[in-house]
Design a protein around this ligand. Structure first.
Ligand SMILES: *[C@@H]1O[C@H](CO)[C@@H](O)[C@H](O)[C@H]1NC(C)=O
Ligand SMILES: *[C@@H]1O[C@H](CO)[C@@H](O)[C@H](O)[C@H]1NC(C)=O
Ligand SMILES: *[C@@H]1O[C@H](CO)[C@@H](O)[C@H](O)[C@H]1NC(C)=O
Ligand SMILES: *[C@@H]1O[C@H](CO)[C@@H](O)[C@H](O)[C@H]1NC(C)=O
Ligand SMILES: *[C@@H]1O[C@H](CO)[C@@H](O)[C@H](O)[C@H]1NC(C)=O
Ligand SMILES: *[C@@H]1O[C@H](CO)[C@@H](O)[C@H](O)[C@H]1NC(C)=O
Ligand SMILES: *[C@@H]1O[C@H](CO)[C@@H](O)[C@H](O)[C@H]1NC(C)=O
Ligand SMILES: *[C@@H]1O[C@H](CO)[C@@H](O)[C@H](O)[C@H]1NC(C)=O
Ligand SMILES: *[C@@H]1O[C@H](CO)[C@@H](O)[C@H](O)[C@H]1NC(C)=O
Ligand SMILES: [Cu+2]
Length: 573
């Protein structure tokens, strides 16, 4: 049992339960879990909501496994919405059927239905998470997925005394499904959120939240591992702890060369593992997160969420102003320099097997667009800028999900008419991507176009941001793969000069790349996992507008290089 200072109890804070880092002693295990998706009363910011949760928990249950273990998660849908669960960052080798994005690898689990996700963790260690991948349900349907080292092995850094996840989320004082439906109807940008949260709690900078702030207890002198997860819907976040530096040791379930910083930036989908040593005078210190908002002039939630790092021997706070924890300072909302300094500091711990001979050299633009409304269209459905509707695209294709089959089923069963494989390898029109883009280029074309990859293809993909409507940092997530981020930069990628920036020695490995605002990122991976794998912006507002495509990776030779057969309980459309 943990002991906590009495202050926490007087303050009615929610004390975070650190787990002791105990190695388990048995061989690879199979973990069975039941997830019941259901509406649950949740009160935040003074108001009650009927929130969609897993097992009545918000955030949902933390899953803990060892590298090499298997998970069997039986999901029962008792909510009124279609739902699926995505295991964000899990490679799902040959088990694409368990990946989860709706209409990509499965049809949704309908109200009253169920589906059991079965998969094995192969060669991944660190912090991942799970979340709904259907409409905007992931606003409240998410949780941590922690992968401890394989049996008998340990962390490649000094063993932390204790460890705990901190999930950064986003809360609407509304039903998030109503928020996205309203935006889809009107064509305008959806309402921004009303609060950010840490482990489901906004913290004491918000009205009606001060008694529920999450408290992270520490003992003087100990070093703990904090697993930070950005589960927010639409916002990159800066994260810091007052008066404490931390050592970054991992991101997206890949280890990193350790380095010290006082602030980290995470795009939605990204995780960062940090070691923090309690080496300051015993007191209470704010843990804080707020927006890194890269788009100029676009509205965003500019509030700050907090938790409290509390030394167990901290003197109990007196009543009044002096009760405040030590305050934390965060970068300015538009501090791209700090965001970039962080993302470019990440390196693999040692020399990495980065593919050098490239079979597929791809160049995808990523950005927004505006659809003109047909004359005669109701103005209530054209509430975007100047009577348009917002859109987004990759290589000018605004991605449309099918509704009668999943892409993976259509691929595996050879059903025609669901998708095509003519997604362009490079932009159909070359232009000054980050300049003042002509209005004639702003309207993308809707389509369900995939890019086909042969099994084992060595792929280089340059993700080029555009300044159509507005330039913005896009967190681009690839399902079913980790990739090396070999370089990033501002402006237009120049194949003649920018290849000199490529780090082919020790680039970081991630599953979500932050493409700099008005810039580009280059990634490499080997297509060694057959299936249909979504590539998308992890800002849900952008995927809603079509900022996505998918790779169709063909089978290789033999069973070990081929997609498994679909599970018998795979939901039908
Ligand atoms: C969005 O915000 C507007 C303005 O505050 C409000 O009238 C509307 O009800 C909100 N929509 C939803 C779905 O909450
Ligand atoms: C918080 O409550 C105070 C007092 O009722 C009010 O003036 C203020 O606008 C509220 N702030 C927010 C962010 O709702
Ligand atoms: C957040 O935005 C509101 C509305 O635009 C503004 O009044 C407020 O000053 C901003 N707060 C911060 C901390 O920037
Ligand atoms: C950031 O915003 C401030 C105003 O809040 C402005 O003065 C500054 O120029 C902006 N910086 C950048 C890099 O856009
Ligand atoms: C909207 O129209 C006005 C006036 O024609 C123009 O100045 C502005 O740039 C337009 N905005 C967008 C986003 O098209
Ligand atoms: C699936 O839906 C698409 C788009 O609506 C349609 O073109 C196609 O014919 C449908 N396929 C089948 C087999 O029903
Ligand atoms: C962008 O180009 C348009 C049309 O060519 C021009 O009207 C506008 O002034 C330009 N904007 C900037 C910021 O240069
Ligand atoms: C996208 O395609 C549409 C339709 O062909 C075209 O009008 C527009 O200029 C294209 N934009 C870009 C960036 O290629
Ligand atoms: C739920 O999923 C089914 C296919 O399984 C689809 O036909 C239906 O439109 C979906 N409902 C919503 C509200 O998206
Ligand atoms: Cu994802």
């Amino acid at each position: 049992m943990e002991t906590f200072s009495l202050c926490s109890f007087f303050l009615l804070g929610l004390v975070l339960l650190f787990t002791n880092a105990v190695p388990s002693l048995v061989d690879a295990k199979t973990h069975y879990h039941d997830f019941v998706v259901q509406a649950t009363p949740v009160k935040r910011l003074c108001k009650n909501h009927n929130t969609i949760t897993v097992n009545g928990q918000y955030p949902g249950p933390t899953l803990e496994v060892n590298n090499g273990d298997s998970l069997v998660v039986s999901v029962v849908n008792r909510a009124q919405y279609n739902v699926t669960i995505h295991w964000h960052g899990i490679r799902q080798m040959r088990t694409a059927w368990a990946d989860g994005p709706e209409f990509v690898t499965q049809c949704p689990i309908r109200p009253g239905g169920s589906y059991t996700y079965r998969f094995t963790i192969e060669g991944q260690e660190g912090t991942l998470w799970w979340h709904a991948h259907s409409s905007w349900l992931r606003a409240t349907v998410y949780g941590a997925l922690i992968i401890h080292p394989k049996e008998g092995s340990s962390y490649p850094f000094p063993k932390p005394k204790r460890e705990a996840p901190l999930l950064l989320g986003e809360w609407w004082d509304a039903n998030p499904i109503d928020v996205v439906r309203e935006a889809t109807r009107t064509g305008a940008a959806p309402n921004v959120s009303d609060a950010y949260t840490i482990n489901g709690q906004p913290g004491d900078f918000y009205n009606c939240s001060s008694t529920d702030t999450v408290v992270v207890p520490v003992d003087s002198g100990e070093t703990n591992l904090i697993r930070v997860i950005n589960a927010a819907m639409n916002q990159q976040l800066f994260f810091t702890i007052a008066n404490h530096k931390f050592t970054v040791v991992g991101a997206d379930a890949s280890y990193l060369k350790p380095f010290t910083t006082s602030v980290i930036m995470l795009g939605p989908g990204q995780t960062t593992d940090v070691l923090i040593t309690a080496n300051q005078p015993p007191a209470r210190y704010y843990i804080a997160a707020r927006a890194y908002a890269s788009a100029q002039g676009a509205p965003f939630d500019n509030t700050t969420t907090t938790a409290i790092l509390e030394y167990k021997t901290a003197p109990c706070p007196a009543k009044g102003a002096s009760a405040k924890p030590v305050s934390a300072s965060l970068p300015a909302f538009n501090d791209t320099a700090t965001a970039t300094a962080f993302t470019t500091a990440l390196q693999s711990p040692e020399k990495a097997p980065v593919p050098t001979d490239i079979d597929e050299s791809l160049f995808f633009t990523v950005g927004l667009g505006l659809n003109r409304c047909p004359s005669g269209a109701k103005s209530s459905t054209c509430q975007g800028p100047n009577g348009t509707r917002f859109a987004a695209s990759m290589n000018n294709v605004s991605f449309v999900l099918p509704s009668n089959f999943s892409l993976l089923q259509a691929h595996q069963q050879g059903i025609p008419g669901v998708f095509t494989t003519d997604f362009p390898a490079s932009p159909p029109v070359k232009f000054d991507y980050t300049g003042n883009v002509s209005r004639s280029l702003w309207q993308p074309v809707p389509g369900t176009k995939l890019y086909k990859l042969k099994y084992g293809a060595r792929v280089q993909l340059v993700l080029q941001g555009t300044s159509i409507f507005t330039a913005e940092n896009h967190p681009i997530h690839l399902h079913g793969y980790d990739f090396y981020i070999i370089a990033e930069g501002f402006g237009n990628f120049d194949p003649k000069t920018d290849t000199s920036k490529f780090n082919l020695v020790d680039p970081p490995m991630r599953n979500t790349a932050s493409v700099p605002v008005g810039g580009w990122a280059a990634i490499r991976f080997v297509a060694d996992n057959p299936g249909v794998w979504l590539l998308h912006c992890h800002l849900d507002v952008h995927i809603t507008w079509g900022l996505a495509t998918a790779f169709l990776v063909e089978n290789g030779v033999g069973e070990l290089q081929s997609l498994a057969v679909p599970p018998a309980d795979l939901p039908a459309c």
